[in-house]
Design a protein around this ligand. Structure first.
Ligand SMILES: C[S@@+](CC[C@H](N)C(=O)[O-])C[C@H]1O[C@@H](n2cnc3c(N)ncnc32)[C@H](O)[C@@H]1O
Length: 305
């Protein structure tokens, strides 16, 4: 099966594997994660420039070892290996199928010598991973039951003067105008509300789930890190959107459709069905006004020397 076929099939598999909506099936998410990370790669490129300034200011002139925690298919890990040419970058993840993708990707880019993979169940598997000058984790820590403990374990793996960067939160994706010409205006806003509720349920069902205010700077401070700073980076792909951007927004709305499921009213469900229909000229894959606008926040902090 090609990646595009797998992507199209993903919604179907997803429904069967976890209709409770709480468990993630990372194995089948490879194509979607890889496409998503590619489409959003400007965030990592921009963040890498800022992280370089931050580590240098913290007194680490050269990043020799970097960890990408919850790397998924290694798109970011390869970008970081290019941004930090003297670093060994270790892609750490709990899903072997995603690390396999990371190794293939690194080899295709001539980075096999510097992009390593490490299969580890977080946070306790971190013991095997070793220390680093720079640790990045993008959209992964919110899948761990005790986020404060996870941040503490990452802080523990930092070398003195090292930097921890956690990409969590930002803004939900927008792909369409408020009024799309059919259905009730504001569909994406309503899907966001339902996705937030799904997220709450997903977190509550995690092993060792611990309720905590989602305040990443506070998590970093409580882990003993200092000089805490956050910045937000934009993903801004205007209309007309290219094929990858379209495939990504289509897959994202398809996932939101599953998550929202019977909570949507008939009018919204009908509108979503049109948007997801690959043949409909007003669908996401064909309509001229589709775009991709989103933002990701990166929270950073330094380990005192
Ligand atoms: C949403 S993906 C993010 C992937 C990538 N960092 C990105 O930004 O595109 C979350 C990743 O975290 C990994 N993950 C989730 N829970 C984990 C755990 N407890 N231990 C190890 N990896 C985990 C998943 O396998 C998945 O690759």
């Amino acid at each position: 099966m090609t990646d595009q076929q797998q992507l199209a099939d993903h919604g179907h598999q997803h429904q069967h594997h976890h209709h409770d909506g709480a468990q993630m099936d990372w194995d089948v998410m490879g194509p979607l994660l890889e496409l998503g990370a590619e489409v959003q790669s400007p965030v990592v490129d921009q963040a890498a420039v800022w992280l370089r300034e931050r580590v240098e200011a913290a007194g680490v002139p050269v990043v020799r070892r970097m960890l990408d925690i919850g790397s998924g298919p290694g798109v970011g890990a390869c970008q970081f290996a290019q941004a930090f040419p003297e670093a060994e970058v270790v892609a750490v993840d709990g899903t072997e199928a995603l690390l396999e993708r990371a190794r293939t990707r690194a080899a295709d880019r001539g980075l096999a010598e510097r992009v390593r993979t490490c299969l580890a169940d977080l946070p306790d598997g971190l013991g095997e991973v070793g220390d680093a000058d720079l640790i990045w984790s993008g959209m992964a820590l919110h899948h761990i039951g005790d986020q404060q403990y996870a941040v503490e374990r990452l802080a523990g793996a930092l070398r003195p003067g090292g930097l921890l960067a956690v990409a969590e939160g930002g803004l939900p994706m927008r792909a369409l105008p408020r009024d799309i010409g059919f259905g009730r205006p504001g569909l994406q806003g309503r899907l966001d509300v339902l996705s937030d509720d799904w997220f709450t349920g997903m977190r509550a069902a995690l092993p060792g789930a611990k309720e905590a205010v989602e305040d990443w700077p506070a998590f970093l401070a409580a882990a003993g890190l200092t000089d805490i700073r956050s910045r937000t980076f934009l993903i801004d792909l205007p209309a007309p959107l290219g094929a990858d951007g379209r495939a990504y927004v289509h897959a994202t709305l398809a996932r939101q459709r599953e998550v929202a499921d019977e909570l949507l009213d008939a009018e919204d469900r009908a509108a979503l069905d049109r948007l997801l229909d690959p043949e409909d000229p007003q669908g996401l894959l064909l309509r001229p006004d589709a775009f991709l606008l989103s933002a990701r926040t990166v929270h950073t902090a330094v380990k005192p020397a």
